[in-house]
Design a protein around this ligand. Structure first.
Ligand SMILES: Cc1cc2nc3c(=O)[nH]c(=O)nc-3n(C[C@H](O)[C@H](O)[C@H](O)COP(=O)(O)O)c2cc1C
Length: 413
């Protein structure tokens, strides 16, 4: 299913700065492969383009509830032109919150406020998606700008409950972290039901896509990991045993998630703690059989190193998406320091991935898709309000003009 690659990513390696070398908005050459701004259908849902908002915790919730911040934050990302807007890691169980300010979907109270937000995202032509997650032994931490370390004393996000830390085995994530309670078989079954119920609530709330968070050292990744999972029962002991929980979560979510809607699964393709790209390829095939459509290829999170380490090259995880797409025959999404229009377009045209997810670059510029389309020579103003589109189209017709926050050497008349 991976397409041929008449062009390569390097063919698109244009200068990264918004300077005098930025391409002019001339007529685009005929598409050889799907490009960044070609639509993409996953099951019966069609994304207007292949730019996806990567799930990013905003730590702005109280008691797991979405609020006006989430409406504006995700709303502006939809207005900016992305094809699919993934809401941040939202927990299926209050024990699974990374911090006291995570979003939740463990009870029906959350459905109504989300309806307003998903309605708005759809009204702007974007697909609303949500990432479902459980932090397992990495739960109960301070927000990153307060150190991000484990919290010793804290009452649960859900009033009146103790904040128990759970995991596959009684092994702490690292120094200072609590030793988790190792889940029993019946507790695992309850956990699977939590995922299934959260997926049902996501549907009632108006979401059109779900991503299961199986990466970054959180509960599902803990089950996959030979470092965190020392179980000797059916949920451990071998690669197949360690993969069982991930596959059962996918199957549980699929049970309450309609057959016409896409299901994504984020993995850490490699983690420097015993999980390899070959393991990921096997897992991707199994997840495909369990009803997963797109593998979102991230990495890391099992050790101490930050997932958002910046000392990495552009597109440092694209190779994982390419490998899994080719070897497992599933759709993939590339993520990680994808920041430039020609870079992102090149990834799609080369057949490295079906979709690209952007995180920090969209925090920096929520209108990135609008700007990227222009820089690729496309006039894509159909998704913004008519009044804006009318004037921006007229401005774009001037070949001497490049929209930018920075252009060297401009001389005023
Ligand atoms: C503020 C912030 C919050 C994040 N929260 C999540 C999250 O909720 N779920 C997740 O899978 N990844 C999360 N990530 C990782 C991003 O989705 C993304 O994979 C990573 O930032 C690399 O992409 P980028 O270079 O485009 O930012 C977060 C990253 C940032 C910067």
């Amino acid at each position: 299913m991976a397409g041929t690659a008449p062009r390569t990513a390097s063919d698109h390696a244009a200068p990264h700065g918004n300077d005098e070398q930025a391409p002019r908005p001339e007529a685009a050459s005929p598409p050889l492969q799907p490009g960044l701004f070609d639509p993409c259908s996953v099951r019966q849902v069609t994304l207007r383009n292949r730019v996806v908002v990567s799930p990013m915790l905003s730590y702005c919730a109280e008691g797991g509830h979405p609020n006006d911040f989430h409406l504006i934050h995700y709303g502006k990302l939809a207005c900016g032109g992305a094809g699919l807007v993934f809401v941040e890691s939202t927990k299926v169980d209050p024990r699974g919150c990374s911090t006291p300010h995570d979003l939740g979907l463990w009870k029906d109270d959350y459905i109504e406020p989300w309806r307003r937000i998903t309605r708005f995202i759809k009204s702007q032509g974007a697909i609303p998606g949500i990432q479902l997650s459980h932090s397992g032994r990495k739960a109960r931490r301070a927000v990153p700008w307060q150190g991000g370390g484990p919290l010793r004393e804290w009452t649960s996000v859900e009033p009146g409950q103790a904040w128990q830390i759970i995991g596959p085995s009684a092994i702490a994530h690292g120094a200072g972290y609590s030793v988790p309670h190792a889940l029993t078989q019946s507790e695992i079954e309850q956990c699977l039901r939590d995922w299934e119920h959260a997926a049902r609530r996501a549907l009632c709330a108006g979401f059109e896509a779900i991503e299961i968070h199986g990466a970054h050292g959180y509960l599902i990744h803990q089950f996959l990991s030979p470092r965190a999972n020392l179980r000797s029962d059916a949920y451990g002991a071998s690669l197949a045993g360690r993969m069982r929980f991930a596959i059962e979560v996918a199957a549980s979510v699929r049970r309450s998630w309609p057959a016409d809607k896409p299901l994504f699964f984020r993995i850490s393709a490699v983690d420097n703690a015993g999980w390899t790209l070959d393991d990921s390829t096997v897992l991707a095939r199994e997840l495909g059989r369990a009803g997963v459509d797109v593998i979102d290829c991230s990495s890391g999170g099992m050790g101490e190193e930050s997932v958002t380490n910046t000392a990495r090259p552009y597109g440092y995880q694209v190779g994982y998406a390419r490998h899994i797409r080719e070897q497992a025959g599933v759709m993939t999404m590339a993520v990680g320091l994808i920041a430039h229009a020609d870079q992102a377009d090149g990834i799609i045209r080369a057949g490295d991935a079906d979709l690209v997810a952007l995180g920090r670059e969209l925090l920096h510029n929520p209108n990135w898709p609008l700007d990227a389309a222009h820089k690729l020579g496309l006039r894509k103003y159909d998704h913004i309000p008519k009044a804006s589109a009318y004037y921006l189209e007229k401005r774009a017709a001037n070949p001497a003009f490049t929209p930018s926050t920075w252009r060297r050497g401009l001389r005023q008349p």
